[in-house]
Design a protein around this ligand. Structure first.
Ligand code: AMP
Length: 433
């Protein structure tokens, strides 16, 4: 039997959680005025090599690369930002008069990682990017957007960790200080950190292997090397967050894995009780030079990305109250003529916005009642030979246990009346159980 590839999974019962998250993403994105942008699942390999950074783990170890039949180098996207930036430049989205230009994306990402709990080779991310404003308050707004999504999903036990790397001058001063500090102890660090020392020294600060070594504990921190301008930026981000009543923890060791960050970086973690060790659910930050690196106009930007799989695990652990799927009406039909009458009436119900299903298996009456129970139908619409001859149906209300016989023409109105009894709003109540 052919099995799914290592590190991938089929979405079966989790689809209800996924739909719930997707619904909230759309609602919260509207609140913050972000529009969806869909980009391809594969791009030219050079986009990620130049955009994300040659020395990052994602690019050096984890990309799915392939050469197509036209001998082009392709890469399955390992993250969303580079593709969105490419689309921003290629489609000249920067001429949009509404600034900053705000986009969100949702979809699969691919990384050749060692699969483990909360870590897959194909996983989904929801991310957002705001282009065109260098203002620290948009950093704060982006964080507020991420936190609002978690609030809308009723996840309370979350912490926002934040840090600032500063812009190029501060970053360069810090790199120099860090390398000087580590120089004599480089041999005591893990082999990855020895490579990072040359290519990406910043990453040594959040190395899981070396983090408890004395030389790292005493290492200089990016915050201590911010110049006045970059310090002022960070202070204003924190001010903006305070104004929106968003609590954050400044974490001097937070650096994040990607090369392109400048100024603000942040990560949102859910309590370990809900997610275990892979408890980072969202990461993001400002990237003021990526658009330029990819040959677009100078454009400051800031964004984040959420891992959907980890969100789902967190929602389940927090007992998120999902609405059970249900039907307004199940059509119990006995015989071919009844099935035809049922099909016609069910079409009328569906056109009127009622969720319906019926028997297509020629099951017995008892078995059809069981089916209606499995699908949590509020009403069973019974049509047999007698009903067809008399042009009537029987309606059984499974909630009140009342039964009604009405003509076929009256059936839709009767069901809507019963669904909305005592309510002022037909549309609201038709959709809710
Ligand atoms: P990153 O793009 O690495 O900054 O990751 C952003 C978020 O995506 C993380 O906080 C995780 O929630 C999620 N994520 C990253 N890699 C994986 C993976 N291999 N499997 C599942 N989720 C992931």
């Amino acid at each position: 039997m052919i099995k799914r590839m290592k590190g991938t999974y089929d979405v079966t019962e989790d689809i209800a959680y996924m739909h719930e998250i997707e619904k909230k993403i759309m609602t919260v994105s509207r609140l913050f005025n972000y529009n969806e942008l869909r980009t391809p699942h594969f791009e030219a390999s050079s986009l990620f090599h130049r955009g994300v950074g040659e020395a990052t783990d994602i690019i050096s170890k984890e990309t799915y690369d392939f050469i197509d039949r036209g001998k082009r180098d392709n890469t399955l996207r390992p993250e969303g930002t580079a593709g969105v930036v490419r689309a921003y430049i290629e489609n000249k989205l920067y001429i949009d008069p509404v600034t900053p230009q705000k986009y969100y994306y949702y979809g699969s990402m691919f990384r050749y990682e060692r699969p483990q709990k909360g870590r897959f080779r194909e996983f989904r991310q929801f991310g957002a990017e705001a282009f065109g404003s260098p203002h620290p308050h948009i950093d704060a707004e982006v964080i507020a957007y991420a936190v609002m999504l978690l609030r809308s999903l009723k996840l309370k036990d979350v912490t926002v960790h934040i840090n600032s790397l500063g812009d190029t001058a501060s970053k360069t001063a810090f790199h120099k200080a860090l390398k000087t500090h580590l120089r004599d102890d480089i041999d005591t660090l893990c082999s990855d950190c020895q490579t990072r020392y040359e290519e990406n020294p910043l990453r040594i600060l959040d190395c899981k292997v070396d983090q408890d070594k004395a030389v790292l504990k005493t290492a200089p921190k990016p915050l201590d090397y911010l110049n006045d301008e970059d310090k002022a930026h960070f202070d204003q981000v924190l001010q903006g967050l305070r104004a929106m009543h968003i609590d954050v923890e400044v974490d001097k060791n937070l650096v994040r894995g990607l090369d392109y960050y400048t100024h603000t970086v942040f990560e949102i973690k859910v309590s370990k009780d809900l997610l275990g060790n892979q408890n980072a659910i969202c990461g993001g930050g400002r990237y003021n030079h990526l658009v330029e690196t990819l040959e677009g106009p100078t454009t400051p930007a800031v964004g984040f990305a959420f891992g959907i799989e980890r969100l789902i695990v967190a929602l389940k652990a927090a007992n998120y109250p999902l609405k059970e799927p249900y039907l307004h009406s199940y059509f119990l039909v006995l015989g071919d003529r009844a099935r035809l009458a049922g099909l016609a009436l069910m079409q009328r119900f569906r056109m009127g916005g009622l969720m319906c299903n019926m028997d297509f298996m020629e099951k017995s009456m008892k078995a059809q009642f069981k089916q209606s129970d499995h699908q949590s139908a509020r009403f069973v619409i019974i049509i047999g030979e007698d009903e067809v001859n008399q042009e009537t149906v029987q309606i059984k209300d499974q909630e009140t246990k009342e039964e009604y016989t009405v003509t076929i023409n009256e059936a839709y109105e009767k069901v809507v009346d019963l669904l909305t009894a005592g309510s002022a709003c037909v549309d609201c109540d038709k959709g809710e159980k």
